[in-house]
Ligand binder design. Sequence first.
Ligand SMILES: NC(=O)c1ccc[n+]([C@@H]2O[C@H](COP(=O)([O-])OP(=O)(O)OC[C@H]3O[C@@H](n4cnc5c(N)ncnc54)[C@H](O)[C@@H]3O)[C@@H](O)[C@H]2O)c1
Length: 446
Amino acid sequence: MTDATPNTRRDFLKTSSAAAIGAGLLGSLSRNAFAAGDETIKIGIVGCGGRGTGATSQALSTARDANETAGPVKLVAMGDAFADHLESKYTLLKTKFGDQVQVDDDHKFTGFDAYKKVIASDVDLVILATPPGFRPIHFEAAVAAGKNVFMEKPVAVDAPGIRKVLAAVKAAKEKDLKVGVGLQRHHQWHYMEALKRIHDGAIGDVLATRVYWNSGGVWDPRKTREECSGEMEYQMRNWYYYNWLCGDHINEQHIHNLDVGNWIQQDFPIECMGMGGREVRKDKKYGEIFDHFAVEYSYENGSKMFSQCRHQRGTKSDVNEFAHGTKGGASLDGNTLAELTGENAWSYGGRRAKRNDPYQTEHDDLFNAIRKNQPYNEGEYGAMSTLTAIMGRMAAYTGQVVTRKAALESEVDLMPENFAWDAMPKNLPNENGEYAIPIPGITKTI
Ligand SMILES: NC(=O)c1ccc[n+]([C@@H]2O[C@H](COP(=O)([O-])OP(=O)(O)OC[C@H]3O[C@@H](n4cnc5c(N)ncnc54)[C@H](O)[C@@H]3O)[C@@H](O)[C@H]2O)c1
């Protein structure tokens, strides 16, 4: 560990540039509504799955004594498409957090409209953690209702969704609402330290980055067709494998690494080209998504980002980011945590170095901003990094060069016309239960 490595979170906040954005932009504005007579921040959750429960736990944990942002937090409303998901996660959270969880039966909402009811409850902040297809609709509604938001990444699956989110981000800023996005590397000490040095010129001009999420993949489909009431439930239960819900794994997962590439560049790519396909995960139960992508992105300053993501079991796992500059290189891998080479060589300190839990820190920072009424909005880079992933998907699906402008202006809307259990998604299987798979050279996505 170098002497610059922060020993405590408080030390770190003194030195980090990200803290200047997240916690240091002092606002002298009036307190938010939550504080009217009571310091309790009341939260509601939409999407009670793995991450929604995790994010709720972290939000509730901002109340713990040792935390400088501490203050009372209560969960008062929960919403999920499925009652079984909601009840199991309610029990889990109640067991863990006791009186901090005060969700009576009248504030447990299910179905497609659950988000409206959570947002209409007496909550100060909503956690949006459904599959990303719904995020633009839910985020727009939360901002319209004047709620602070923590929303998971990615924030959309298509261009109409991105445009909706960008408009709501603007509205949130105008209303002085706080918006956190679950790209937690922005709150992870070794990333913050390394990025600060890169932005200070430690590796010179960045010529290229390489970013990877190569792994064995995620969960297998959870329910069979026979176990579901129809096509809508089948796709919703197995959401990862359908683009209107997930946006493919380049969007759902690899966004983290693409976002680090953008953060390094302090910009978003202007165009990309790429390839991908479905080599191993071919069974019809895997819906319509690819199992590998390789995309080359170009930035306005001429630099490149080379990206790979793979979901193939038995292949080399690699979730990392690297940068190559005129004076040295940067590695943000799991071994050194962060290391710079060249003229200004530096290391965060390897596996034994002090780490933080970025999932917790992102909530500490958001709640700190709410309590102090400081500007806080991560929505724009959340949306633009999501667009980076979506344009990579468009390039790989079509085999064409895709510009950011064309991607952002695309009118292809993946979402169903209606949301109901007997409504139909747009992508339907053939009589054998097989979905159309994108074919480069034939498929059009813009
Ligand atoms: N930041 C991270 O590191 C990280 C890690 C995991 C997941 N995530 C993100 O969190 C989100 C959720 O992922 P997950 O792993 O928790 O999935 P999950 O399947 O465990 O949970 C999703 C939940 O949303 C519910 N849901 C679906 N549609 C809904 C709707 N219209 N209204 C209300 N509820 C609805 C589902 O029933 C389910 O309970 C995704 O966007 C994912 O990318 C982020």
